[in-house]
Structures are given as C-alpha cells and as structure tokens.
Design a protein. Sequence first.
Length: 264
Amino acid sequence: MKRLLIMILAFASIQASAQDLALFKRVVKELSSARYQGRGYARDGANIAGKYLEKEFRKVGVDKVVLQPFTIDINTFCGAMEMRADGKKLRPGVDFSMREYSPGVRGEFPVYHVDTLGFDPDRLFADLSKPENAGCLVCCDFWFTYKHRKVFSRLQKAGECSNAGLLYTWEAPIKFFKAYGEKVVDKPIIWVTPEAIAGVKNVKVKVDNEFLEDYGLFNVIAKVEGRGTTAASCSLHIMTISAIWAARYIIPVPMTTPLEQLPS
C-alpha cells in the first residue's frame, strides 16, 4: 500500500510538471511572437506584453492584479537598420547593431582602423585631421577603447574631432541587448563583429532612431493570498518564470506583501 501511494504521488507530480511545462511553453511562445515587437518600446510592445500578462494572471485565478505605472526616457531604433561594408550587406543583430545611446545615422563613410599595436594618441588625432579621413568612422576593438577611454571619449563628442562616429568591434554574438539608452550622444556608435569589418575601407549606413521622453510603462503585480500550494500559486510561479525568460522588460512578481505596503 505504501509503495502504491508513493507511485501515485510520483505520477501526480509528473502530471503537474507536464502541465507546468505546457503553460511555460505557451506563455514564452506567445510573448516571443511578432505581435509583441520584441517587448520593446518603439511600437508599444512592452505595454502590449504587460496587458497579456495581466489577462493571464487573472485567468489562473490570482487574488488581485495591480498595474503600477511609471515613465522612462528611452532611445529606440524603430525604422531602417541597414549597413554595407565595401558593398557587402551586413545582418542587423548578427554582424552589427547600434549602441543603446547612439543617434541614427545615414550616409557613406570611409573607415579608419586604429593601430592598437603601436598606439599613439597624438598620431591618432593627427591622422584623423587629414583630409582623406574627414568624416570617417573610427574602428577599434571595444576593450581597447575602454582601456584608453579618455582618448576615445573625445571621438564621441561634437567639435572634438572631425570623425563622423565610431565602430566598436565585439566578438559574436554581437552585443545589442544588455543596456538601455536613457540619453543620445553626439555621434553614432556601432557594434560590429571583427569578421564583418576586417580590412573594410568604406561603409554605407542607414539607421533611424527615436528618443522617447516620459514614455509610459507599467509593472504587473499579482497577489496570491494564504499559505501552501494552490493551483493559482503554481501557475503564477510558472508564468513568472516564463515572463522573466521571454519578456525582459515586464517582470511580474508573485507577492505575499499586502498591497497597501507596495510602492505607489
């Protein structure tokens, strides 16, 4: 009898896990679909995702759902995203991407490759003052620019140098999702893989940006009363994990704190 009970409990656990997995997959698949525009800001994807999570929390039977509004300033890339290196078309998000606080950029530019082995700041600025390098994009390994950031920060500011912008090389996968732009700098900064830019003399870029001020967003907060395990709390837990994985900008939080104690 004891062995039978253990088998029944194990089977029930497997069934519950299967149901949880199905819910997890459904939520992730939905939030990852094109309808939510990457859960981003430019086409209101973050708020569309938030409304979906609110509906799903109510569906699984949580006791209360609260939407907590707030605003942010955010730089977005909502239009064209094109780049060619010596005529070769590069893939956005694979071969290149924009730095989060970069302005948009359109035009054709010569590429100046920084000599990192015999690096001399004075020679760098002397080279960039030459007519053939006017309006160029300066290309260099990101970690090298970070090490010499006092020098390279001058290349980001209008009036400091005649370069049009910067190309930061970064090993694939390209760095394009780890930060949010709460400002826009003077000159464009583009992440690009070393393979895509090696030996390149000329690039053509067409990228649009839009800076959104006081953009309205909201947190989705779901509350489950009581102790112990309930169907609602299990589903809430799974949906929270799903949302964290699939909707980085909207993270619902299972709460046991009284709503009165939550920040307004």
